[in-house]
Design a protein around this ligand. Structure first.
Ligand code: NHW
Ligand code: EN5
Length: 388
C-alpha cells in the first residue's frame, strides 16, 4: 500500500498489464494560473529554503546533509558521498532553475534537515521528445524519518516544476515504487580487490587466495586503442553527433544538444571523465567512453574511510568494440586510483560485463517516469538514460 503514490499520476499496480490505456501523459497540463501559487505546508517547526548551490556556504550545508544522511546499501556499510564539485555540476546544467533546488530548515536552529532537487532535461520516449525534470538527491535527515516529510517535498518540487510549464519527470530509486519502467542490475568490476575485501565490499571467492584474486583482476599498464584520448572542448560537435545518433535507438533516452554535451560530458577533475577514439588516419571521432566519480564513505572501518568508485555513463562504439573501449576505461580508472568500476545493465553494457570480470551487486536501480505512461515495462537494454 502506497498512501502517497496512489494519489499521484504515475503507473499504478492495478493498471499493470492493462494495454487498453494509451501511452503518454497520464493527466493533462493545466493553465499556469491554476498551479498552486503558495508552497505546501510543512510541519510547523520547519520552513522551506531555496538552496543557491553557487553559494559556498549553502553548498557546504547540502554536502554535509547528504554525506551524513543520503543513500546506503542494504547492510549500511557504505554511504554515497557526492563531492561539492559534483553537486554544483549536477545541479547547474543548461537552463537550470535555482527554484528547483529545495531545502527544508528547522526554524529554530536554521539547520538544513532535508533536500530535493530537479534539473531540466529533454527526454525522448519512443518518437516523443518530452520536457521533464530529473529529480534527484531526495534526502531527509535520519532523525526526521517516517514523518511523511518526503511526500510534501515531492509535491513541492512538482509544484515548482509545474510553474515552469513542465509536467513530466524522470527519477531512479533503489526502492520499488509504483511502478518501474525498468529495473536495472548494478555490476561491479574490482580494481583494488584487496581493499574491497578488507572493507567488506566484496568477498574472497571460494577456493581463492588473496594473491590469486589480485592476479585475476590485474589490468595492463596502458590502454590498447590507438587514438584513445581525453575529450576536449573542440570535440563537442563530433561527440554530440555520435551520441545523438546512438541514443536514437533506445526507447527512453536524453535528447542531448551541443550545450548539454558540453555540460554533461566534458571532463572535470574528480567528477566526470570522457575519453574518445580519434582515428589516427582520418582524425574522425569514432567512439566515446565515459564515467563519473562517486565515492562512498565506508562506515565503521578502522583502516579505510572512503571507497573511490567510477560509474559508467554514456558509451558509443562505431569502430572500436565496446568491450575494448570499456577495458581501456578500466585501465584509466585503475591508473587514477579508483577502487571499483560500476555499471548498470543499460544500453549495450551486457556485451562486456561478464567478459571484463564485472560481477552482479546486491543492489538494483528502478527507473520511473512521473505523469507519463508506457504500455509495458521496457528491458534495461532498451533504456538509454543514466541519472547521477
Ligand atoms: S533515490 C534516493 C532517495 N534518498 C535516499 O534513499 C536517502 C536516504 N533516505 C531518506 O532520506 C534518488 C528517506 O528515507 C527518504 C524518504 C527521503 C527517501 N522516492 O517521509 P516519509 C532520488 O532522489 C515514499 C520516492 O515518511 P522517509 C529520487 C514512500 O514510498 N518516494 O519517508 C527521488 C512513502 O510513500 P507511500 C519515496 O523515509 C524521487 C513515503 O515516501 C522514496 O522519512 C522522488 C514515505 O515518506 C524515494 N526514494 O523519507 C519522486 N523513498 O506512497 C519524484 C520513500 O509508499 C517524482 N518514498 O506511502 C517526480 C516529482 C516531479 C514531478 C514534475 C512534474
Ligand atoms: C540514484 N541516483 O546498494 C541513486 N549499492 O550493487 C539512488 N553493493 O554497492 C539509488 N551490502 O554488491 C541507489 N558488492 C541504489 C543503490 C544503493 C547502494 C547499493 C550496491 C549495488 C553495492 C556492493 C556492496 C555490498 C555491501 C553489502 C556489492 C559485491 C561486489 C562484488 C565484486 C566482485 C564480483 C562480484 C561482485
Amino acid at each position: 500500500v502506497h498512501k502517497f503514490w496512489e494519489t499521484q499520476p504515475v503507473g499504478q499496480y492495478k493498471d499493470v498489464g492493462n494495454t487498453g490505456l494509451p501511452e503518454g501523459p497520464i493527466e493533462a497540463s493545466t493553465p499556469l494560473s491554476e498551479v498552486k501559487q503558495e508552497p505546501y505546508n510543512l510541519p510547523s517547526p520547519y520552513e522551506w529554503t531555496t538552496c543557491d548551490m553557487n553559494s559556498e556556504e549553502t553548498c557546504n550545508e547540502v554536502y554535509n546533509l547528504l554525506k551524513n544522511n543520503y543513500v546506503e546499501d542494504d547492510e549500511n556499510m557504505f554511504r554515497f558521498n557526492y563531492s561539492k564539485e559534483f553537486l554544483q555540476w549536477a545541479l547547474h546544467p543548461p537552463g537550470y532553475y535555482t527554484s528547483w533546488h529545495i531545502g527544508v530548515r528547522a526554524k529554530a536552529s536554521k539547520k538544513l534537515v532535508a533536500f530535493i532537487t530537479g534539473v531540466p532535461a529533454r527526454i525522448k520516449v519512443r518518437d516523443d521528445v518530452v520536457k521533464m525534470a530529473e529529480v534527484n538527491f531526495l534526502c531527509v535527515h535520519k532523525k526526521l524519518r517516517s514523518k511523511r516529510l518526503a511526500p510534501v517535498m515531492i509535491k513541492e518540487v512538482t509544484r515548482r516544476v509545474h510553474l515552469e510549464n513542465i509536467w513530466q519527470a524522470a527519477y531512479t530509486a533503489g526502492v520499488v515504487l509504483p511502478t518501474p519502467i525498468t529495473t536495472c542490475q548494478y555490476w561491479h568490476r574490482s580494481l583494488n580487490p584487496k581493499k574491497l575485501i578488507e572493507v567488506g565490499f566484496s568477498r574472497l571467492g571460494a577456493r581463492m587466495t588473496m594473491s590469486r584474486t589480485i592476479k585475476l583482476y590485474k589490468l595492463p599498464d596502458s590502454t590498447a586503442t590507438p587514438g584513445f584520448r581525453a575529450m576536449e572542448l573542440r570535440d563537442v560537435p563530433a561527440v554530440t553527433r555520435l551520441l545523438r545518433n546512438y541514443l536514437a535507438r533506445f526507447v527512453v533516452a536524453p535528447d542531448f544538444d551541443e550545450d548539454d554535451v558540453e555540460h554533461w560530458l566534458l571532463p572535470r577533475e574528480n567528477v566526470m571523465d570522457t575519453f574518445l577514439v580519434e582515428s589516427p588516419e582520418t582524425h574522425e571521432v569514432t567512439d566515446i567512453c565515459s564515467f563519473y566519480t562517486l565515492p562512498s564513505t565506508i562506515l565503521g572501518n578502522q583502516n579505510h574511510s572512503t571507497l573511490k568508485a567510477a560509474y559508467s555513463y554514456y558509451n558509443v562504439s562505431t569502430k572500436t568494440p565496446l568491450l575494448q573501449l570499456t577495458n581501456d576505461a578500466l585501465i584509466i580508472a585503475k591508473q587514477k586510483d579508483y577502487d571499483v568500476f560500476n555499471a548498470l545493465d543499460v544500453m549495450e553494457n551486457e556485451c562486456f560485463l561478464k567478459e571484463l570480470k564485472f560481477g552482479p551487486g546486491d543492489g538494483q536501480l528502478h527507473y520511473y517516469l512521473y505523469n507519463y505512461r508506457l504500455k509495458h515495462a521496457i528491458k534495461p537494454s532498451e533504456l538509454g538514460l543514466v541519472l547521477l
